[in-house]
Design a protein around this ligand. Structure first.
Ligand code: NAP
Length: 246
């Protein structure tokens, strides 16, 4: 297989923003691997993109299950020998965790961290050897404005106080930002760039479709940072308007 064709893995790509990221990367001629924990949902999503003429394949990947992560590494190694783009997109928010710290069940906090934080770390660490084989590896971590400590700590910020109170999901995204900086620092002397992005407030299952952007619009920022040129940034946090405060 030619090393020229780019390969991208998107976790949680069977629906929502992840599916649209896969579509938009596929439209740029990149072979997209639809990471999904459920085989039927993943196959169906890949089939939809193939029906539109894109090079899309399902890869089973539950970001909380190291065995599926290791199996995905082996499958990508065997099929392509490298990985050019990793988008850590999979995340959850639980109804019982949309509450202030004093009433947050610790099990809900653990579950959210398992997917949103440890999942990002585990997939990134496991995929790094394949990303190192790319000429220009790109890692994009899906973060959010609700993870910005400077906004959460400001009593006068525009963010509603009930949103600021949500410890579990918000702090999972703060941790994603920290993971982004840590990997970017370790990889600074390589051609791999690692950035966090906020897609904006997007109507998906995650928020009961309350967002004002479409998944197609929300995919634009992650796709931009997944396809950065060689002189692009690393270790940053970005939204549609550019640099975001930590
Ligand atoms: P979504 O529609 O709920 O999609 C989430 C995806 O993650 C689904 O494909 C889901 O798969 C998958 N997933 C969940 N747990 C997984 C696991 N253990 N292993 C593998 N896949 C798993 O949510 P979304 O709004 O598109 O969110 C995508 C990303 O954007 C998330 O990181 C989210 O935090 C971030 N984000 C979203 C917004 C927004 O306004 N929507 C704003 C800021 C940031 P299943 O179908 O199997 O559940």
């Amino acid at each position: 297989m030619s090393n020229a064709k780019k390969i991208a893995l998107i976790t949680g790509a069977n629906k929502g923003i992840g599916f649209e990221i896969a579509r938009q990367l596929g439209e740029q001629g990149i072979a997209v691997l639809i990471g999904a924990r459920d085989q039927a949902r993943g196959e169906e999503a890949a089939e939809k993109l193939r029906a539109d003429g894109l090079d899309a394949r399902f890869v089973q990947l539950d970001v909380t299950d190291q065995r599926t992560i290791d199996a995905a590494v082996s499958a990508i190694e065997k099929g392509y020998g490298k990985l050019d783009v990793l988008v850590n997109n999979a995340a959850i928010s639980l109804p019982e965790a949309r509450t202030a710290p004093s009433t947050l069940p610790i099990d809900a906090l653990r579950k959210i961290y398992d997917t949103n934080v440890f999942g990002v770390f585990a997939v990134t660490q496991a995929m790094l050897p394949l990303l190192r084989k790319s000429d220009a590896g790109r890692i994009v971590n899906m973060s959010s404005h609700v993870g910005i400590l400077s906004v959460l700590a400001d009593p006068n910020s525009q963010m509603p106080s009930y949103v600021k109170a949500i410890l579990a999901y918000n702090s999972s995204k703060t941790a994603v930002n920290a993971i982004t900086v840590a990997f970017a620092n370790e990889l600074r002397e390589t051609s791999i760039k690692v950035n966090a992005v906020s897609p904006g407030y997007v109507a998906t299952d995650l928020n009961g479709h309350s967002g004002w952007l479409t998944p197609e619009q929300g995919a634009k920022v992650p796709v931009k940072y997944a396809t950065l040129p060689a002189d692009g940034p690393t270790g940053g946090f970005f939204d549609e308007n550019g640099v975001v405060a930590w």
